[in-house]
Design a protein around this ligand. Structure first.
Ligand code: CTP
Length: 476
């Protein structure tokens, strides 16, 4: 897509744009994105009248207490110049595993230890290094980096960076962001034990704590310098990620805490013989994203998946299996649950007689496969009497007459909600990263249809979990 140069717009439009952006609490760049996206979807793009969320804003941005403002929570990660900077690269991965978007800023000194290229490859985002960057300064990039995030993490937080922060300096990009921030800040200090214990650092730490800055570590242990040990090692990336997550998703914003949520995901494989099987194109991404979002909302998640090439979301244990019959058995064994979400693309048929040995070409000409129908897991669980989950949600994967077919499916299967999506190959939903869904809910004989804009599968997951949280709250 072409880049937009805001500078080239005429003054009146630019001012209007800035005003809109300020009113909506967005950067000018993001405002333009919203306008373009809405125009493409032919939706009205009235400025939101909701006032900008004052500090602390974590509960709002935290998933999935309400509708997330921009999908996943965002962290601006400032990497300071110390030997521990190499661990910050792992921290990017740990944050992303927790479904947190990361945008990196490297100080000049940090670039002596790690490269912007490595940080950008891991974060999948442009890395920022300069206060006066012509590409982002049209809308005061440091302000955007400070405000667009839900949390600012500094790792490693060097003695120098902390001193600058305590004094309110703003002579490079990192310190300018920290001074301009109205978002919570988490520091992961890392320095030599003598520097950590120095009276000046002690004063700065005290000042920063008084200013409301959160800290994780430093830990005690060996230093990179030979034969030195003491307090000053940066906390491990997993500890920093957990501290960040705690700030982003405080326990009170875990609306599904104490609820058991069962999720099926991925395709099933139905064996023809020991080496061949019937399958479909499902990647499992949508089901896994829902599991991650449910876990982030505090639920106790049971994820049952067919064969997929995906890592288990943090905090979720996955049961891997192959066939529809195994999936049904495992789902039944998981009951009772509060909510069940059937995102798996279960094979509708299996072969009637699975070959014990590999079918040979020469044996009896072209084999004829007789198919029998698989059990319908969603329908079976929906129609249970005693152990029926309080809320049963299915998917309707359609290639034509989307809403009509989904409505019929909702009635036929006996579930409470259906997420309908068009899986025509041209749209690239199966295996892709984005999804356009319509949520069908039953209200007595009436079926309401709520059509969502195209969004990433993580955003669909977050939105679905927010809806579930509301329904669970209403029911209790
Ligand atoms: N489903 C299931 N067990 C099956 C088939 C489907 O649990 N044997 C669930 C899916 O997980 C999904 C919903 O039923 O939540 C609808 O799946 P879909 O493939 O869209 O519909 P089918 O029931 O297979 O009907 P059809 O293929 O005719 O559209």
């Amino acid at each position: 897509m072409a880049n937009l140069t805001i500078r080239k717009l005429d003054d009146a439009i630019r001012d209007e744009l800035r005003l809109r952006a300020a009113r909506n609490g967005r950067s000018v760049e993001d405002e333009v994105r919203v306008i373009l996206r809405d125009a493409a979807q032919q939706q009205p793009h009235e400025p939101q009248t909701v006032p900008r969320t004052p500090l602390p804003m974590l509960a709002k941005s935290a998933l999935p207490a309400g509708e997330p403002a921009h999908g996943l929570p965002r962290v601006t990660l400032i990497i300071g110049g110390g030997i521990a900077a190499y661990k910050a690269l792992d921290l990017i991965r740990r944050l992303k595993e927790r479904h947190i978007e990361v945008r990196c800023v490297l100080t000049k000194a940090a670039q002596q230890f790690v490269t912007a290229l490595a940080a950008s490859a891991l974060s999948h985002q442009r890395v920022h290094t300069d206060l006066f960057d012509p590409e982002s300064e049209f809308d005061a990039g440091h302000i955007r980096l400070a405000r667009d995030a839900d949390l600012i993490v500094v790792a490693p937080a060097t003695a120098d960076l902390m001193a600058k922060m305590a004094q309110g300096h703003a002579n490079d990009l990192a310190s300018a962001i920290l001074l301009a921030a109205n978002r919570p800040i988490l520091l992961a200090p890392a320095m030599n034990p003598l520097m950590w214990n120095n009276a000046a650092t002690r004063r700065n730490v005290m000042q920063l704590r008084r200013d409301g800055v959160a800290m994780v570590g430093p830990n005690a242990g060996e230093m990179a310098e030979a034969a030195e040990a003491g307090v000053g090692r940066m906390a491990e990336p997993t500890e920093i990620a957990a501290a960040a997550e705690h700030l982003l998703r405080p326990p009170r914003s875990r609306p599904l805490k104490g609820k058991r949520v069962l999720i099926t995901a991925g395709p099933t494989h139905e064996a023809i013989d020991p080496v061949r099987y019937i399958a479909n194109r499902s990647s499992g991404k949508q089901g896994f994203a829902i599991a991650a979002a449910a876990e982030a909302a505090g639920a106790d998640v049971l994820l049952i998946s067919g064969p997929v090439d995906l890592a288990a979301p943090a905090g979720v244990s996955v049961t891997h299996l192959e066939s529809a019959r195994q999936m049904l058995q495992r789902a039944e064994a998981a009951l009772p649950v509060d909510v069940a979400i059937f995102a798996a693309a279960v094979a509708d048929w299996r072969v009637a007689h699975e070959g014990e040995q590999k079918l040979k070409k020469a044996a009896a000409g072209t084999p004829r496969l007789e198919l029998v129908e698989n059990p319908d897991i969603l329908a079976t669980i929906s129609k249970l009497r005693d152990k029926r989950p309080g809320l049963v949600i299915g998917f309707a994967a359609e290639t034509e007459n989307l809403i009509e077919n989904a409505k019929a499916k909702l009635a036929r299967k006996g579930c409470d909600w259906i997420l309908a999506n068009d899986v025509s190959p041209a749209l690239g939903v199966m295996g892709g990263d984005r999804n356009t869904v319509h949520l069908l809910t039953r209200n007595g004989a009436e079926i309401a249809v709520d059509s969502w804009a195209a969004m990433t599968k993580e955003q669909v997951a977050a939105k679905l979990i927010a809806h579930i949280a509301k329904a669970v709250e209403k029911a209790s």
